[in-house]
Design a protein around this ligand. Structure first.
Ligand SMILES: [Zn+2]
Length: 541
């Protein structure tokens, strides 16, 4: 029997951006959109053009993606015509494949929040869908507060959904905006909606306020909905959105769903899910949830003891799915096959071909494991990993040596009697036979060190002329007896001038340093960033 297609709609970059403490830059958004696209997500909702400069810029140019890039916005305002609504005009001008409108579907909100009539709300939905369709966009309608609205006045909630469907909206998405609806209610209401609107035009958007967003999503699928909205790692305001990182493996690996449905995610991409989930956490400078289903470090960890020998003999006795399917690993086994294949895949990606039996590979694996045990996280620091691998394979020249550095932080009163803090760094570098000394002041010790380090690298200076640090993230890790500091530095090459300029300009890379001392950790990451740039620009040894 042919399986039915389920469509995945990711709103990490829109609803997920509402998460407390999450603030995506344009570069973050582009990087995450590429991750989602590579995974095989059908719709990537990237933001609300016109609502803030980042989102407006995101949609200002075409972003070549396989998935459908979706812009979010409001239906036309009550009392305005569609052609005379600036918000709608901005949305229609966005470089997007699809437009997802949000509209009220709860009579109470229409009266109190929108201060308009039910008829005008329906007319606004119809006009907006029609206008966007005429512009050649695929159209979705998010029915805000649908479930609460349906409970209060089913005929009106359904009329809102039906108005969009009748005007040709590809999807009508039922939103549990407050997140308080329970699975049996979702199943019942979605089934009733699907009697009026074909399920292959119905989507579900669940929030996690009773920790049932994932369960509500599956309830909706059972009742007929065929589009699933959610976010990576369940990001989202309050308690988050439905977590696609939990939903995807269930759809792929549980026969109840995998036999009936297919999604756009291949088995191979499923195998990279744990990595993807951790990559996003690292980008957000958050510690991955160890207990996250499927992808958490503890998801397939079993305490040694009576289970240990059984699980080694027959893993299926203690595991509901094979951890490798989602790129996770069993915590008991000593031989680290998944680590090995990850490293091999990564080496291939950066173009370092190594035979899988090469003894240097085992050494590299040991090194990575040792370093990760003390706090390094190479999933987030691609450039540092590449340098580590290249060094193991003997392919990184010793371009220069930092013989010593000295950083001071001074707090004093200035001439006006104000308390000021001044940081200053002096770096002594040996390049070939040359000894160079540079000093710089900065707004903090790391900034001063960075400036001094990159001030004069002799014959290599032109290769790093365009190098800029674009992000600096610090996390205190509590492991063992003392806290260590992990620093992640993101750099880019603006390609302003110099020999490296034309080569790899615009590239971004991330490096890492770990030490009990924050200056030392930062220094390691800074050094890696510079050396990586030299390697990439083909600087001579
Ligand atoms: Zn939402």
């Amino acid at each position: 029997m042919a399986r039915e297609r389920l469509y995945l709609f990711d709103t990490t970059l829109r609803d997920g951006a509402q998460t407390n403490g999450v603030d995506f830059t344009l570069a973050d958004k582009l990087a995450i959109a590429r991750l989602l696209d590579d995974l095989g997500i059908d719709y990537i909702e990237a933001g609300y053009p016109g609502a803030n400069p980042t989102d407006t810029n995101f949609f200002a140019e075409k972003r070549p993606l396989r998935g459908k890039l979706t812009a979010f916005g409001m239906t036309r305002r009550p009392g305005r015509s569609a052609s005379n609504d600036p918000g709608l005009a901005t949305l229609l001008a966005a470089e997007a494949d699809a437009i997802c409108f949000v509209a009220k579907s709860w009579d109470y909100h229409v009266r109190v929040a929108l201060e308009t009539t039910e008829e005008e709300n329906l007319a606004s939905i119809r006009d907006s869908v029609r206008t966007a369709k005429a512009k050649g966009r695929e159209v979705l309608l998010d029915c805000e507060h649908f479930f609460d609205g349906y409970k209060a006045k089913p005929a009106f909630a359904l009329a809102c959904a039906k108005a969009a469907y009748d005007e040709g909206a590809r999807w009508v998405v039922l939103c549990d905006t407050n997140g308080g609806t329970l699975p049996h209610e979702v199943e019942k209401i979605v089934a009733e909606v699907c009697a009026a609107i074909p399920g292959d035009h119905v989507g579900i958007h669940a929030h996690n306020d009773t920790e049932q967003a994932v369960a509500n999503t599956f309830a909706a699928i059972r009742a007929g909905a065929r589009q699933i909205q959610g976010t990576l790692n369940g990001l989202g305001e309050r308690c988050g959105n439905a977590n696609l990182v939990s939903i995807i493996p269930t759809l792929k690996l549980k026969p109840e769903f995998s036999e009936k449905f297919e999604i756009g995610i291949s088995d191979e991409k499923l195998g990279g899910l744990a990595h993807l989930s951790h990559t996003l956490d690292e980008m957000l400078n958050r510690a991955p949830d160890r207990h996250a289903p499927y992808v958490g470090e503890s998801a397939f960890a079993t305490k040694a003891g009576i289970h240990a020998s059984a699980i080694v003999k027959e893993p299926a006795t203690y595991e509901h799915v094979a951890p490798e399917r989602v790129g996770n690993r069993r915590k008991l086994l000593v031989s680290d096959q998944s680590g090995r294949s990850n490293v091999l895949a990564e080496l291939e990606r950066i173009g370092l071909a190594v035979d899988k039996d090469d003894p240097r590979l085992a050494r590299l694996l040991d090194e990575v494991k040792e370093r990760e045990a003390i706090g390094y996280a190479y999933e987030a620091a691609d450039a540092s990993f590449e340098l580590l691998a290249r060094r193991m394979l003997g392919k990184v020249p010793r371009y220069f040596e930092v013989e010593k550095f000295d950083v001071t932080v001074e707090q004093r009163l200035n001439a006006k009697g104000e308390r000021v803090t001044v940081s200053m760094a002096v770096v002594k570098v040996k390049v070939g036979d040359e000894h160079l000394i540079s000093a710089a002041e900065g707004n903090g010790p790391v900034n001063a060190l960075d400036l001094a380090l990159r001030k004069d690298l002799g014959k290599y200076q032109s290769y790093i002329a365009g190098l800029e640090l674009t992000d600096y993230r610090v996390r205190i890790l509590n492991g063992g007896t003392e806290a260590v500091t992990r620093v992640l530095i993101e750099s880019t090459d603006r390609g302003k001038s110099g020999k490296g300029g034309g080569n790899g300009a615009g590239e971004r890379w991330t490096t890492i340093g770990v030490s009990p001392n924050i200056i030392d950790a930062s220094f390691q990451a800074l050094m890696d960033s510079i050396v990586y740039r030299l390697v990439k620009s083909g600087a001579p040894a």
